[in-house]
Design a binder for this molecule. Structure first.
Ligand SMILES: NC(=O)c1ccc[n+]([C@@H]2O[C@H](COP(=O)([O-])OP(=O)(O)OC[C@H]3O[C@@H](n4cnc5c(N)ncnc54)[C@H](OP(=O)(O)O)[C@@H]3O)[C@@H](O)[C@H]2O)c1
Length: 251
């Protein structure tokens, strides 16, 4: 389905959204496995603070297609090509329909979905067979959930977008992965005021992604004890889904 990645030595990897949380943990883990890394996010200081020997630090804003294109051109010139591009940039604000803030909602969709589209438009035409693009979405994109008014729709769109890319690029040997984490303990989830079942550390999330890339599947989802439940909810008919989710979440 997708290329299997088992050996990271000298693999040229660009992580967009690597200054904190899952991206920072993934950068560290791939660096330890010998990958050749480029790390991006808006803030340069935390990217440098990762202290990854030999990594290329390319601060850029994923809401700006020009900045992504410039960073990509720099990497092509320096490395000659890329083996894996991972989009981790994201924002999350809990939002309910009775406190709908359109400006915030647009900002969240802008980075969570449109940023990924922009990155794909820049890199896809340059990926050779065996190389690929991984998009970090969320299980919150499976179906509607309370408080996810501006987060869920962008993630649902991202999953859909990844499916289309995968359909079209896999036959050419180009990998497209969608990564759907459950709850991970990062600054994003610190905004939640509810109990987050099966929450894992960013380091565990990074390890789950690395394990996922060895399998060659389209979707990399974790932790399984949580994503299995979400997958079951996803296939329930509406007449069961809505009352069950209301009861579980108290919505
Ligand atoms: N934590 C969870 O439970 C969870 C669950 C499911 C999915 N996810 C997804 O996992 C991804 C990583 O999130 P995280 O939890 O690790 O949160 P995080 O620590 O806040 O990481 C988000 C990263 O995105 C970067 N970023 C944000 N806006 C950007 C922009 N406009 N341009 C470039 N980079 C930008 C941030 O750096 P700068 O601020 O320096 O730009 C940071 O490096 C997100 O897509 C998130 O939706 C997280």
């Amino acid at each position: 389905m997708n290329p299997r990645i088992r050996d990271w030595r000298h693999r040229r990897v660009w992580l967009v959204g690597a200054s904190s949380g899952i991206g920072a943990a993934l950068a560290q883990a791939l660096h330890n496995r010998g990958a050749q890394l480029a790390v991006s996010a808006r803030r340069a200081a935390p990217l440098h603070a990762l202290g990854l020997d030999g990594a290329v630090v390319l601060p850029c804003d994923a809401t700006d297609a020009g900045q992504l294109a410039t960073a990509h051109a720099h990497l092509l010139e320096r490395w000659g090509g890329l083996d894996l591009v991972v989009y981790l940039a994201g924002d999350y604000r809990p939002m309910r329909s009775d406190h709908f803030d359109l400006q915030v909602a647009e900002q969240v969709v802008e980075v969570n979905f449109l940023g990924a589209m922009r990155l794909a438009s820049v890199v896809v035409g340059h990926l050779a067979p065996g190389a690929g693009l991984a998009l970090v979405a969320s299980v919150a994109g499976y179906r509607g959930l309370p408080q996810a008014l501006c987060y869920g729709p962008g993630k649902a769109a991202l999953i859909h977008f990844a499916e289309i890319l995968h359909l079209e690029l896999a036959p050419r040997g180009i990998g497209v992965w969608v990564v759907n984490p459950g709850f991970v303990d990062t600054r994003l989830t610190q905004r939640n005021d509810f109990h987050m079942p099966a929450r894992i550390t960013p380091e565990a999330a990074a390890q789950a992604m690395i394990d996922g890339w060895t399998r060659g599947t389209f979707e990399i989802d974790f932790p399984k004890r949580f994503t299995r439940v979400m997958k079951l909810l996803r296939v329930l008919p509406d007449r069961l889904y809505f009352p069950i989710v209301r009861r579980i979440t108290g919505a």
